[in-house]
Design a protein around this ligand. Structure first.
Ligand code: SAM
Length: 281
């Protein structure tokens, strides 16, 4: 059932059990957050991490495994929040090291209901999100999210996030062709809402190739993201496609999937920014 965040929470838990995800999404973002750019067992040693739009929280155990001392997950969808709590307790994660709350990550007021500002302003060493900003439907909303992130992050802290590859705008048909084989989404169409590019994705049942639900994602350009970050107290320090763990076993993946995970057409694209000033509200 698709609810507040535009996703089917139960389907998403199943999808995220595929090792493909932690070998590209988490692999990319952990390396980006780590002080030394590594994926070692201590890559995130002692870090307090805020995980925006955490969905079913399948990222959180990976952050903890790499040494994070605390991870707070936030999601706007109550079903995702319930699944996240269930998932983390079912795998025996140490409950003193994580918390999950429902919050709209584009709103400081909403986040501060879970994380009061007198304690949590400038509190986290790093902020991570996978597929939050593709839910923003205007530059104003994008900046409102970046300002909220800025509020809870320490000066000098890193904000890394994955969103739709900006190349999907210019090279839509190439991505469409690559994803049509055994990827978990199909690209249905590229369209414009005013000046904002959007892509309609169908999420697929990986066994039957039947559509499960459809999601419209905003595709931000590099300039949109860079300029908005700079207006919100960040400097952009990196922007690149997914890296995939070299140990990932591709033997049962198609050539197209391999290209999507390792080539220049990775559907996910990782931005890395550093907080250099408090954002003006
Ligand atoms: C593609 S899912 C990604 C979930 C998770 N980050 C992952 O990669 O497994 C996108 C998530 O964004 C959440 N979301 C959408 N809008 C949001 C908002 N305004 N604030 C917080 N979460 C939001 C959805 O509920 C959903 O869980």
């Amino acid at each position: 059932m698709v609810s507040e965040g535009g996703f089917d929470a139960n389907y998403y838990v199943v999808l995220k059990s595929d090792p493909l995800f932690y070998n590209c999404h988490e692999y990319t973002i952990i390396k980006s957050l780590s002080n030394d750019g590594s994926y070692s067992g201590t890559a995130l040693d002692g870090m307090k991490i805020l995980n925006l739009a955490c969905g079913p929280a399948t990222e959180i155990p990976h952050f903890l495994e790499k040494g994070a001392s605390l991870v707070v997950g936030l999601d706007v969808d109550a079903n995702m929040v319930n699944n996240a709590k269930y998932y983390l307790s079912s795998i025996g994660s140490d409950s003193s090291k994580y918390s999950i709350y429902k919050a709209d990550c584009f709103s400081i007021d909403s986040i501060s209901q879970a994380l009061p500002l007198d304690i949590y302003s400038d509190y986290f060493d790093a902020v991570a999100d996978f597929w939050l900003i593709c839910n923003a439907s205007s530059i104003t909303q994008l900046e409102s999210g970046f300002k909220a992130t800025n509020k809870f992050l320490k000066i000098g802290g890193i904000y890394s996030f994955v969103t739709v590859n900006p190349k999907e705008i210019q090279e839509f048909s190439k991505f469409q062709e690559l994803m049509s084989v055994d990827w978990y989404t199909n690209l249905k169409r590229l369209f414009y809402d005013g000046e904002i590019a959007k892509i309609e994705y169908a999420f697929m049942d990986m066994k039957t190739r039947q559509e499960k639900f459809v999601f419209n994602a905003t595709v931000w350009t590099l300039d949109d993201v860079k300029n908005a970050l700079e207006r919100c107290g960040f400097e952009l320090v990196g922007a690149k496609g997914y890296e995939t763990n070299p140990n990932f076993d591709f033997s049962n993946k198609s050539q197209q999937s391999r290209e999507l995970m390792t080539g220049e057409y990775t559907p996910g694209f990782c931005f890395k920014a550093r907080k250099i000033a408090n954002a003006e509200n």
